[in-house]
Design a protein around this ligand. Structure first.
Ligand code: FAD
Ligand code: SIN
Length: 521
């Protein structure tokens, strides 16, 4: 199948769908998702979306909180832009039908999370992401200019390389003409051609054994751009959420939102002792890198498998009303969180780095944009401030959309693109060759490239990953494509970039904590 579109969008989360809704009045749009439309990281977001609404909050406070959490590695002009454009994009979400909780006065009910100096998190109970995803998905389905391709997996970007031309890394003339995608229900491979393409493929939490991310988060967009010789940055900054529910064997790990700590929840060790005062004066509401490291340290000192989040001193009626999803989940494992402490552990949660983009969401490949978690805008620096991800995704999707609408007027679809060539490939004899390597990658990352790193651990991780890389590339060249094989290959590419960039950063800062470089002060 060979199809042509004005806009091609890879990913159906907040970044992909909000871009789509903005460009769909200007041309035909294809939205590709490797799962169902609703199965995205966006759907799992709990706490909410950060934006300045009322005094005493101010743009300046949100900007300073973001820069502080990011350990001053953020791009200030980007932070200022996102914070100032946030209220307009919140209004856009409301206009599209997303609901946010309000007080009886009609004002937004604002929550607080780690690192925020004010209550500024808009939310819909503790299922904000699903509410946003629901509203946008309904709009998309009804738009006459949008074709949605569910279960279509983007394999690789199409560039001059596919026309037989040499493409060099950092070569500024590289262009993207579309994507090869496989429908894993029919196993047909299509060539989707476009004037412009947006990569909005989300994060890569599945590099780790314990993650809050759904199975779709395998870093595909970053791996595709890397293979197409684009530019990727800041990959060493992988954020661990301090509090996922300790429920061994459950994958993804269920998140216990930071808004619960903003509501008064307190972290304690298993013997019931508070510990956060030893690490930061903001106690349980310090930024995530600090809290996750503190929990990791306490668990190591005591040899415990988890710590507790204690909410038992808080108003039970309000707890159940504001956190119905968490209430239901905790009850399902026999824990009434209004009476008993919740067992929690850190889990891989958010990739701060990714595809480098400018302030219009343009990547370093022509005709190719990136937005959302797959991109690196400079907003998060060395550590993302809670609830700054959804807002960054929609602000950047808007900027990319405005730019793409102008750009596509002067662009023609590239013709003569060859079909995907899988001649001579066979089904792998044993899937275990793929599944075992996938598990090994997760093992390597969890043990050697986690919350605390060292030069030796990183070197070990690289040596082991190189073996798995060679085995997987060999298998890839001779195999018919499977989802597991494509995702494994992508995770290996993304993992390689994380280790290499972690090795290059000879300091401890934010989410990159290396015991060989003690932090200053
Ligand atoms: P996603 O929503 O992850 O969408 C990615 C899309 O890309 C999916 O449709 C997927 O199928 C598709 N895709 C991926 N690879 C391919 C491929 N090869 N081919 C085709 N399609 C592909 N952030 C906040 O700001 N506030 C919160 O409260 C919050 N809570 C969170 C709670 C949880 C449990 C998690 C996991 C994350 C949370 N985050 C939160 C982070 C935030 O949800 C994500 O960063 C954000 O939703 C990412 O949106 P996105 O559009 O970039 O990607
Ligand atoms: C949470 O609700 O704690 C997650 C917020 C985020 O990841 O920004």
């Amino acid at each position: 199948m060979n199809k042509e579109y004005d806009f091609l969008v890879i990913g159906s989360g907040l970044a992909g769908l909000s871009f789509t809704l903005k460009v769909a009045d200007y041309g035909k749009v294809a939205v590709l998702t490797k799962a169902e439309l609703l199965e995205t990281n966006t759907s799992y977001a709990q706490g909410g979306i950060a934006a300045v609404t009322y005094e005493p909050d101010s743009y300046n406070k949100h900007i300073e909180d973001t820069l502080d959490a990011g350990n001053n590695l953020c791009r200030r002009e980007v932070v200022e832009m996102v914070v100032k454009e946030a209220p307009k994009q919140i209004q856009q979400l409301i206009d599209w039908g997303a609901r946010f909780d309000r007080e009886s006065s009609g004002k937004f009910d604002l929550a607080k999370e780690g690192g925020h100096s004010e209550h500024r998190i808009l939310h819909y109970k503790d299922t904000t992401g699903y509410e946003i995803q629901r509203a946008l998905s309904e709009r998309i389905k009804n738009h006459p200019n949008v074709d949605v391709f569910e279960h279509h997996f983007a394999i690789d970007l199409i560039t001059q390389h596919h026309l037989g031309k040499l493409v060099k890394r950092m070569h500024s003339d590289t262009e993207c003409y579309g994507v090869y995608a496989i429908n894993f229900k029919t196993h047909k491979i299509s060539t989707l051609l476009s004037k412009v393409t947006l990569v909005a493929t989300g994060g890569a939490g599945n590099l780790y054994k314990t993650t809050t991310n759904p199975v779709i988060a395998t870093g595909d967009g970053i791996a595709m751009i890397y293979r197409a010789k684009g530019t990727v940055e800041n990959m060493e900054f992988f954020q661990f959420h301090p509090t996922s529910l300790y429920n061994p064997g459950e994958r993804p790990s269920f998140l216990i939102t930071e808004a619960l700590r903003g509501f008064g929840g307190i972290l304690k060790t298993i013997d019931g002792k508070e510990f956060m005062h030893k690490y930061d004066k903001r106690n349980s509401l310090a930024p995530r890198d600090i809290v996750a490291r503190a929990i990791d340290n306490e668990m190591k000192i005591k040899g415990d498998d988890f710590v507790y989040l204690d909410c038992t001193h808080l108003n039970a009626v309000k707890l159940r009303k504001n956190f119905p999803n968490i209430n239901e989940k905790c009850l399902s494992i026999g824990c009434d969180f209004t009476k008993e402490m919740i067992p929690v552990v850190p889990a891989a949660h958010y990739l701060c780095g990714g595809i480098k983009v400018d302030t219009n969401g343009r990547s370093w490949i022509k005709r190719l944009y990136a937005a959302g978690e797959t991109s690196s805008t400079g907003m998060h620096g060395a550590n993302r401030l809670a609830s700054n991800s959804l807002i960054e995704a929609i602000v950047y999707a808007d900027r990319a959309a405005q730019d793409a609408i102008e750009q596509m007027k002067n662009i023609k679809i590239q013709k003569d693109i060859p079909d995907w060539d899988d001649k001579g490939t066979k089904h792998p004899e044993e899937m275990v060759l793929i599944t075992q390597n996938y598990k090994e990658v997760q093992q390597i990352f969890s043990v050697y490239v986690g919350i605390v790193r060292s030069n030796l651990r990183l070197k070990r991780a690289l040596d082991r990953l190189e073996i798995i890389y060679k085995e997987t590339e060999q298998l890839y060249r001779k195999s018919k494509l499977s989802k597991q094989l494509c995702e494994l290959r992508n995770l290996i590419n993304v993992g390689y970039l994380i280790i290499k960039m972690a090795m290059r950063r000879e300091e401890s800062i934010g989410l990159h904590y290396n015991i060989d470089y003690p932090p200053a002060g």
